[in-house]
Ligand binder design. Structure first.
Ligand SMILES: C[S@@+](CC[C@H](N)C(=O)[O-])C[C@H]1O[C@@H](n2cnc3c(N)ncnc32)[C@H](O)[C@@H]1O
Length: 284
């Protein structure tokens, strides 16, 4: 969707960004299947590779140059992506800041100077997005949106003040305890009959490959809470928070524009980074 707040890439920036995108696609499509073979073959010789903590299997895998190279390139490609995007945005920061100053805004951003982010975010996270960019983008798209900085575990909105609550890849950056509180908060905020939807990374794939990917994200890719949300029974947490009519669906991701892309929702995950997971429920 084009809008004036969209940073523009120069020829060289575009070339760099395209290279990183293609590197990531190549990793996912070409290297991952080979690593999966190595992981599955190696796991046969490690007795406790059924455990969630795959320490013994990881140590065995680290003996392989192929495995060490794979985790290094995966990690490097992630850093390259953010470096490339960051330097392009830095170059045009002044003009983007000027465009963000909308004279007669339809919506708003409410920042609370006394707000203290939860320590599990403040200690780790580099993107405690305060909503300024999102607000500017909404204004340029002609949409009236009110952004409020708050802790999703306990916002300051009154009880039963919303018909619909939606979160997008929020839970994978919170602890299990925070996820429970966020679900309870959603229940508090909704009017009877209201609907909540959380869009997330899919639950951990069964088998040893799912555990290895989870291990990589948690240990080597700064996704400290990844394992938590991937192994939490979100349906049970929804019920614990008082919700009914819990539904779970997946939506396929396509790495490139394609007419063959999976359309609509499916009942089966095609794996992490290949599908999004949506869980919805209703307040009775
Ligand atoms: C992966 S980002 C997704 C951001 C955005 N929803 C999107 O789709 O682009 C997850 C965000 O959740 C925020 N977050 C984590 N725990 C939170 C909490 N308790 N309250 C509010 N935000 C939280 C993090 O600071 C981070 O910005």
């Amino acid at each position: 969707m084009s809008h004036p707040m969209m940073p523009e890439a120069t020829h060289d920036e575009r070339a760099e960004q395209d290279f990183i995108r293609d590197l990531k696609i190549w990793l996912g499509e070409q290297l991952d299947p080979l690593q999966r073979q190595l992981v599955e073959a190696t796991s046969c010789s490690v007795p406790d590779s059924h455990d969630l903590d795959i320490g013994p299997l990881r140590r065995k895998l680290l003996e392989h140059d192929a495995y060490r190279s794979w985790i290094s390139v995966r990690r490097a490609s992630q850093e390259m992506m953010w470096d490339a995007v960051g330097s392009s945005i830095d170059r045009q920061l002044e003009s983007l800041t000027a465009k963000a100053a909308v004279s007669e805004p339809r919506g708003s951003v409410t920042l609370n100077p006394a707000f203290t982010p939860p320590r599990y975010i403040a200690a780790l996270d580099v993107h405690m997005m305060p909503g300024g960019y999102a607000h500017a983008r909404a204004e340029h798209l002609g949409q009236r949106v009110h952004y409020v900085q708050a802790n999703a575990e306990r916002t300051e909105f009154p009880d039963e003040s919303f018909d619909f609550v939606f979160s997008c890849v929020l839970l994978q950056e919170t602890s299990k305890a925070a996820t429970r509180k966020i679900f309870e908060e959603c229940d508090r905020l909704l009017r009877p009959g209201g609907v909540v939807i959380h869009c997330e990374v899919p639950p951990m794939e069964e088998g040893v490959w799912g555990k290895v990917i989870c291990d990589f994200e948690s240990l080597y890719n700064n996704e400290s809470f990844w394992r938590g949300v991937q192994t939490l029974d979100l349906t049970a947490v929804m019920h614990d928070a008082g919700f009914t009519d819990v539904q779970r669906v997946f939506q396929g991701v396509t790495p490139r524009a394609s007419r063959d892309a999976i359309k609509g929702f499916t009942e089966r995950s095609t794996g992490v980074f290949r599908s999004w997971f949506m869980i919805s429920a209703r307040k009775s």
